[in-house]
Structures are given as structure tokens and as C-alpha cells.
Design a protein around this ligand. Structure first.
Ligand SMILES: [Zn+2]
Length: 226
């Protein structure tokens, strides 16, 4: 049985990584640091914000859930997270919103890993000044890897730590006869059309109402039964 996993901020939250809905936006205005408009208007501010996030990333460690996913056989993992905690747990998921450790040159398209350091001012390949940027998908930008949400063939769908507000996981879950939702709280389904009456967990065949790191045993048990 093949498993499709879609994860969000709740996977890394138990490791202490601040999420957009929890902590980060108390200090920053999303429209000033993480949107395409912000990048066009004040790229320095955007670079500074992501440089800071990248440096902070070094201090966080993978948790139980990252380690569990890294060992899960026959699975495809698509993550909305830009951190490298899955990689440090030994997994290489597909990043839907890019990778914080990576930057890219807008001039020549070159991408490279800068580790946890602030991004360089120029591109080593073409030398173009002022066009290096974080290799993450900003709000208002295309996310070409989203196609894998709809083209990946699998028998079981697991959604971990995502509120479903960016990716409509309820809609995805409808395609699976076996599905598991892991989230510490119940969330109403919200799409571009507004808030639904239904809770997201109503679209899944199983709901584990726990944080990602505390849900590992429950997921293992459910998978055995499937
Ligand atoms: Zn370049």
C-alpha cells in the first residue's frame, strides 16, 4: 500500500519552529516580509526576514514525527514546511513551498544551499548583483510543485499538522477510502469560497487529535489495521 503524506507547520511546531499562525506574525506583518509584492517593493526587508529565519533554523532539532516519517516505507511526502528537519531526520520530502536553506538567482536560475548563513549578495555563476533571493514560495507566487498533490498515486492519505487553509486537504481526502488526519485541534474547512459548516476531520476516515510528535503510535496502529 502506497502512502501519500502532506505535512504542514504542525509537523515542526513540536520542535519549537515558530509558525505563521503561532508566534511569527505577532512580530512581523506578512505583507511586509513574505509576499511577492513585498519582494518587489522592499527586497532587502524580505531577505533580512528569511536570513533571520535561516539562522534560527540551526538551533531546532527533528522530533519523533520527523523520525517516524523518515522510516515509513512506500510513502511520498509533500511538505509545506521550508525547514530542513525532515532532511536532518534522514528523509528527502518534496518541498511545496521551497527550502529555507536554499537561495536562487533570478538572473540565471541557479539554486544553491547556503546552510544557515545569510544569503550572498551576488550569484557565483553569473555574478548578477541584487538578484539573489530566498528559494521559497512567497504568498502570491506560483507553487509549481502543487501538481504532485493531484498526480501522486497512493492508497492511503495522511495529513499531518496542517490547518488546510493553504492547501484544501479536505478536498484531497475525498479521493481516498483510507485517510488519517493528525492535528491537535479541530479546524473548520476554509477555502477561497469562505468557511464551510464542516470540520476538516469529517472528510477523513480517521482523526488523531494530537500534536504530530505525540501521534506517532496512533498512526502506526491505524496503518497496521488498514
Ligand atoms: Zn546567476
Amino acid at each position: 500500500m502506497k502512502i501519500l503524506i502532506v505535512s504542514g507547520a504542525g509537523l515542526s511546531a513540536p520542535s519549537g519552529v515558530p509558525t505563521f499562525r503561532n508566534g511569527l506574525w505577532e512580530k512581523y506583518k506578512i505583507e511586509e516580509v513574505a509576499t511577492h509584492e513585498a519582494w518587489l517593493k522592499d527586497p532587502k526587508r524580505v531577505i533580512e526576514f528569511f536570513d533571520q529565519r535561516r539562522q534560527e533554523l540551526a538551533k531546532y532539532q527533528p522530533n519523533e514525527a520527523h523520525r517516524f516519517l523518515a522510516k515509513l516505507p512506500n510513502s511520498v511526502h509533500l511538505t509545506q514546511n521550508v525547514d530542513d528537519l525532515c532532511e536532518r531526520a534522514g528523509e528527502a520530502p518534496m518541498h511545496l513551498h521551497g527550502r529555507l536553506r536554499w537561495v536562487r538567482c533570478e538572473e540565471c536560475g541557479q539554486r544553491w544551499d547556503v546552510g544557515y548563513a545569510p544569503q550572498p549578495k551576488s550569484c557565483p555563476q553569473c555574478g548578477g548583483g541584487g538578484v539573489v533571493r530566498p528559494d521559497v514560495v512567497l504568498f502570491g507566487e506560483m507553487a509549481p510543485n502543487y501538481r504532485y498533490l493531484y498526480t501522486t498515486k497512493a492508497d492511503i492519505f495522511i495529513a499531518i499538522g496542517t490547518s488546510g487553509r493553504v492547501i484544501d486537504i479536505a478536498d484531497l481526502a475525498k479521493n481516498f477510502s483510507c485517510s488519517i488526519l493528525v492535528n491537535p485541534k479541530r479546524e473548520k474547512r476554509v477555502t477561497m469560497f469562505g468557511e464551510f459548516e464542516e470540520y476538516i476531520d469529517q472528510y477523513f476516515t480517521n482523526f488523531v487529535q494530537k500534536s504530530a510528535d505525540e501521534a506517532v503510535e496512533d498512526i502506526q496502529k491505524l496503518l497496521k489495521e488498514m
